[in-house]
Design a protein around this ligand. Sequence first.
Ligand code: HGY
Ligand code: MN
Ligand code: MN
Length: 409
Amino acid sequence: MSTDLRIDGARLSQRLAELGQIGGLPGGGNARLAFTDEDKQGRDLVVGWMRELGLDVSIDKIGNVIGLRAGLEAGDPVMTGSHIDTVRTGGRYDGNLGVLAGLEVVQRLNEAGIVTRRPLAVAFFSNEEGARFHPDIMGSMVYTGKLDLPHAYETIGIDGKVCGEELQRIGYLGPAEPGWLKPHAFVELHIEQGPILEAEGLTIGAVDGVQGISWTEVTIEGVSAHAGTTPMRLRKDAGYAAAEIAVFVRQLTRELGASQVGTVGRMEFRPGITNVVPNRAVMTVDIRNPDEAVLQQAEARLFAFLDQIAATEGVKITTRPLARTQPVVFAPHMIDMVSEIAAEFGYSARRMTSGAGHDAQMMAAICPTGMIFVPSVNGLSHNVKEHTEPADLEAGANILLRMMLRLAA
Ligand code: HGY
Ligand code: MN
Ligand code: MN
């Protein structure tokens, strides 16, 4: 079996460009929020490619799609995959690269007439981003039994739609039981979405794990009042309390050290009128840390501050957990294999932990899992300017090809 097989980089970039046209945004990105018409169109395109490549396509009850390629023997497949749903300001590589590189691996093996001992599988998981229906990595959480179907189906989106109904509407509420297929191993190729590889002039990240993630929605209720006549000491200003919380989140990252990150991604005031003190604010807090104990400390500090600001500002604060995952460490032999194969190709590489969440962090609970990172230009992602150089795309996909061959031998 020729081990120096390489992928066709131009074809991979061509598929990325074609998928990127669906929900295409000015500036080069794409918006395909989970279970929207754009998501359906993207799914239809990728499923069409899967079928063209001779894969046996299965769709499960949360819309996860798996394309199976028979091996010489039956048994658990070597699986690769990621997601093709995006955030509203998504780039064309986040998630899409991992799925389309998997298809490129299949096409190269088809062309080379290579059939691996173990079966292979290329998957895309539903709603990895959680940008419309919380939590994120929903499809792979259901797949690995971390979230039950009824709970996923009844989730209400930021647009008021019901998750299960939208999945049904786009025609991807499939018959297969989520998790019916247990992989022998899972490998995900993904862009780094941060600045490290580029800053160090490296091509490949051998990912050792994923940091813990905690998302909370905070609702603050005060009293709307006239902006001119109401003395400051009498105000119950939901907007001001929200602003204090956002400043606290930033302060928390300064106090808890370099690996603590905190983001207030959404903050909405009601009634939202210049001369009316806001009586309602809804905001989200995303805090992450590779160390579970420190992440719990950050959560405890946040909730203590919410109590404190509620008391000092005379407002009512309620919270709703949107997502919570613990830090995950990948299988050492999978991490080492990425480094070894990078060295075989002569690609510069380093070990690193993922700042972003990925489906791989769920798959690590059911099979040996690894991730391959390639650089993001200017460290940008979740931004239409997201870009990875073709040579780096090719390098990552070449490692994926060889790693799947090695795992499936
Ligand atoms: O939020 C994340 O880390 C991922 O992009 N869903
Ligand atoms: Mn992603
Ligand atoms: Mn993302």
